[in-house]
Design a binder for this molecule. Structure first.
Ligand code: HGY
Ligand code: MN
Ligand code: MN
Length: 421
């Protein structure tokens, strides 16, 4: 092993050892207080008032760590610790917006472990060669504004933002208005220089599924992310009286919606087999009255699969089924399957070995900001187990030992990447 490599190895181990369990776990609980639900979960919609206050808390923590904070046009926050040189930075991070009945860890864990890394560097008295930035990506969940992963996708390709600005939430608020409110809330944040291509990106996240726990392995080195497609189906009927309208004369939008759902579900499973993940998660019924025949029903489809050909085939069949049923099909979001960078994956493998921790390779069922960053710079992900495989649920939890081990593996990996020429 060359002297530079062995020196890097020693520095990486030292910084990883300075990850503080107490500080990390406390930071998770503090962030979860912004939008805390009564059932232990969190409801913190992207760029809403609770998200703004949570961001303010992170900006204050960042400055107390001696870091600078910059912001880009999609309100992504970049918490930066300078390096000894002016080489391209290494990025880490994730999101802090949550599902309506989300947990404390989805996204937040990756942001807070990134900030814990900055604190561990300070405590270890280490100034890395490359600058490192912990990033808060805007609107990853896509539940307030669709599509998901807006911030990271607009960072990778700024032209996308123009298409996002008119996205509206359930109250009719546009993303553009939410971005303006964010800018007014943080008038002193420096704009981030847009022309800096990162050296590498590593995202630490909870698995949100059952694989690591059932294999009894504490760390996942994530090979890639399966593909995703989101649709909204808009079914039209005729609202009429529930008591007076004979069944043969009805044009019940719910009957139409349920028939289409059944066909879509059937096609999804025939095309994708056991790897298919299809979810009809959001429904709206007009006028949504117990004694009025639904005049309009809209529902969403979230289809995931690791095979690009299956995703394309489902897209074609979904559109033709909608036409056959006379239903408008709105394509909301699509991302192809992603394979992460082999060199970064090898760095993550090395970090897990250096910490003496068992790790396994797996593909992510959930999408993450790393799926976009992979088009910007060499990227990869680390996972820790989710208890019971549960996520997008207030019961979302991970063993504290795994949370700390994951943060140490991240710290070791980032240091190795930061020391690379
Ligand atoms: O939907 C997803 O996969 C991510 O958790 N937002
Ligand atoms: Mn997430
Ligand atoms: Mn999520």
């Amino acid at each position: 092993m060359t002297s530079h490599r062995s020196e890097t190895h020693e520095i990486a181990a030292r910084v990883a050892a300075h990850v503080s369990e107490t500080r990390l776990l406390a930071s998770i609980e503090t962030l979860a207080s912004f939008g805390a639900r009564g059932d232990g979960g969190v409801n913190r919609p992207a760029l809403g008032p609770l998200d703004v206050e949570a961001r303010r808390h992170l900006v204050e923590r960042a400055r107390a760590l001696g870091c600078s904070v910059s912001v880009d046009a999609c309100a992504n926050l970049f918490i930066r610790r300078e390096g000894t040189g002016t080489l391209a930075p290494v990025l880490t991070g994730s999101h802090i917006d949550t599902q309506p009945s989300g947990g404390k860890l989805d996204g937040c864990y990756g942001v807070l472990a990134g900030m814990e890394y900055l604190a561990a560097l300070e405590d270890a008295g280490v100034r890395t060669r490359r600058p490192v930035e912990a990033v808060v990506w805007t609107n990853e969940e896509g539940t307030r504004f669709s599509p998901g992963a807006m911030g990271s996708s607009a960072f990778v390709d700024p032209a996308r933002l123009a298409h996002y600005r008119d996205a509206r939430d359930a109250e009719g608020v546009t993303l553009a208005a939410a971005l303006d409110a964010h800018r007014a809330a943080f008038p002193d944040l420096a704009p981030r220089a847009g022309d800096v291509r990162a050296h590498a990106f590593v995202e630490l996240h909870i698995e949100q599924g059952p694989l690591l726990e059932s294999a009894q392995v504490p760390l996942g080195v994530v090979n890639g992310i399966q593909g995703v497609r989101w649709y909204a189906l808009h079914c039209e009927g005729v609202a009429a009286h529930a008591g007076t309208t004979p069944m043969p004369l009805r044009r019940d939008a719910m009957t139409l919606a349920l028939a289409l759902r059944a066909d879509l579900n059937d096609v999804a499973h025939r095309l994708g087999g056991e790897s298919t993940r299809v979810t009809f998660g959001r429904w709206s019924v007009e006028p949504n009255s117990i004694n009025t025949i639904p005049g309009a029903v809209s529902f969403t489809v979230d289809f995931r699969h690791p095979d690009a050909a299956v995703l394309a085939a489902f897209d074609e069949r979904a559109q033709s089924l909608a036409r056959r049923h006379g239903v408008r099909c709105e394509a909301l979001f699509a991302h192809a399957p992603v394979a992460f960078d082999a060199r970064v994956l090898a760095t993550l493998d090395g970090a897990c070995r250096a910490l003496g921790a068992r790790a396994m390779r797996l593909t992510s069922g959930a999408f993450h900001d790393a799926m976009y960053l992979a088009a910007h710079c060499p990227s990869a992900m680390l996972f820790v187990p989710s208890k019971g495989g549960i996520s997008h649920n207030p019961a979302e939890a991970t063993d504290a030992r795994h949370l700390v081990l994951g943060a140490r593996a991240l710290a070791h990996s980032l240091t190795t990447l930061c020391e690379a020429a």
